[in-house]
Design a protein around this ligand. Structure first.
Ligand SMILES: [Fe+2]
Length: 453
């Protein structure tokens, strides 16, 4: 019976999505019922541990079966080592790594440690201690097979809204946290990077946090501060080398059947640029059949946006890179930057297209600038749901073909499911395969005609 159910349910789901898409494109409760709240004050998270104890601990994925532990110590003599094991207090493995620090005007950072640990078993809780002293932390590695659940939210900041949004994320289990840019909103005030690291530590030390950068990470002033992303690169080191990237500002990684691409909206993206060439090569290597049926992209400035805020800021990048994503049949593109939630249909080149990615803006984490309240009217038929509220998203990939996306409004102390949709992977979409095959054969026949001429 159980086996029968597991066969019948996915078939019924696919048929429902195909024939009655309006049923699965649900939205719950009218946005008009909700009173939009203003921005709230910044919270400074103090350091209460000793100088040699770790603070700002966070985990990131660092290649197949490896993770990176990052933390900060005021005491510069503390060594960059992590002891870990599968039982609390019993650390049978030790790894050493690297450390760095940076200066920013009169600010000198504390010692920033990065230690790669592994090989690790999937779906397993590891207990660990950083630098030989201080509290024990634990984190869970992603599962070996589907399902996997991503928590997705951008433009986080460190306000009272950030605190409640993160609490709502933490109240329901998930595997990996994805952040499409704008982390601390330190905006040149470097101690705010430290405060942000301490605020997110309970979450970022227990699940991998994979981030890309936004405009608030740039922190450069021509001539005075020529090097951009100084604090971001030192503190939030991502596994760029593993995907062949030469920059911490764009990279990719595989996790549980999903290829996740992190792009840099504020790095050169023109055709022929280093980021463009890397993206082209990275997408060409994706194995949808055997390894990663799902491909997800994150970037900061949205390519599709009907909010008045930040209109057109992602347009140059879209014009340059959209074709690469379309040809690679990317399933979903997440963006931040606009402090609101918006979900589009599948799009390619400003038109609804069953083979284009679903575009989702999720820049509503809770930062100090408040919400982007005004949307353009009338509503574009490409935009299926939009609301100016804080909240967070969850992408649960059920299997090779089906995923569930949901957006949860931060309604004061409550997390309210406000939008949800079932998604079918483009890697198995027959309709899309037929369209792409037709496009390919027509473009190859037109190139034959051109050759003959
Ligand atoms: Fe931004």
């Amino acid at each position: 019976m159980k086996k029968l159910r597991s066969i019948v349910f996915p078939i019924l789901l696919s048929l429902t999505i195909h024939f009655f898409p309006q049923i699965v494109l649900q939205s719950h409760a009218s946005p008009d019922d909700y009173i939009r709240h203003p921005a709230r004050s910044v919270i400074i998270t103090q350091h209460h541990r000793s100088q040699s104890d770790p603070q700002q601990v966070h985990i990131s994925l660092a290649g197949k079966d490896y993770a990176r532990v990052s933390w900060v110590t005021d005491d510069k003599k503390v060594s960059s080592k992590v002891e870990y094991g599968k039982m609390p207090g019993n650390y049978n493995v030790m790894a050493t790594g690297e450390n760095t620090s940076y200066k920013f005007f009169f600010y000198s950072s504390s010692k920033i440690h990065h230690v790669k640990i592994g090989p690790l078993e999937p779906g397993t809780v590891y207990y660990y201690r950083c630098g030989g002293s201080g509290p024990e932390f634990s984190f869970r590695t992603p599962p070996p097979t589907f399902p996997i659940e991503f928590a997705v939210l951008g433009d986080l900041g460190q306000t009272e809204w950030t605190v409640s949004t993160l609490e709502q994320v933490g109240n329901k289990d998930y595997d990996v946290f994805l952040l499409p840019g704008d982390l601390s909103y330190a905006d040149f005030q470097q101690p705010l990077w430290d405060s942000f690291g301490r605020l997110v530590e309970p979450y970022a030390s227990s699940r991998p946090w994979m981030v890309t950068n936004g405009n608030h990470e740039i922190e450069s002033i021509p001539i005075i501060i020529p090097h951009s992303f100084k604090a971001y690169n030192a503190r939030w080191r991502m596994p760029y080398e593993d995907s062949g990237s030469s920059s911490n500002l764009y990279y990719s990684f595989d996790v549980t059947g999903t290829h996740v691409v992190m792009l840099g909206s504020y790095t050169d993206f023109d055709v022929g640029s280093a980021q463009y060439k890397w993206l082209e090569a990275d997408l060409a290597k994706v194995d949808r059949k055997k390894k990663t049926p799902w491909v997800v992209v994150l970037l900061h400035a949205p390519w599709y946006n009907t909010n008045i805020a930040h209109q057109g800021e992602g347009e140059s990048m879209r014009k340059s890179m959209e074709e690469l994503l379309y040809k690679a049949q990317v399933d979903v593109v997440f963006a931040g930057h606009v402090h609101a939630y918006e979900r589009f249909t599948r799009i390619y080149d400003n038109k609804a297209d069953p083979c284009g990615p679903v575009y989702i803006t999720i820049g509503d984490g809770g930062n100090k600038e408040g919400l982007a309240l005004q949307f353009k009217e009338p509503t574009s038929p490409l935009s299926l749901f939009r609301e100016s509220s804080f909240g967070h998203g969850r992408l649960k990939i059920i299997n090779e073909t089906q995923a569930h996306w949901s957006w949860h409004r931060n309604d004061e102390s409550n997390s309210v499911l406000a939008d949800e949709v079932w998604l079918e992977s483009l890697s198995t979409s027959r309709e899309c395969q037929n369209i792409l095959n037709r496009q390919e054969s027509s473009s190859s026949s037109s190139s034959i005609i051109c050759d003959e001429l």
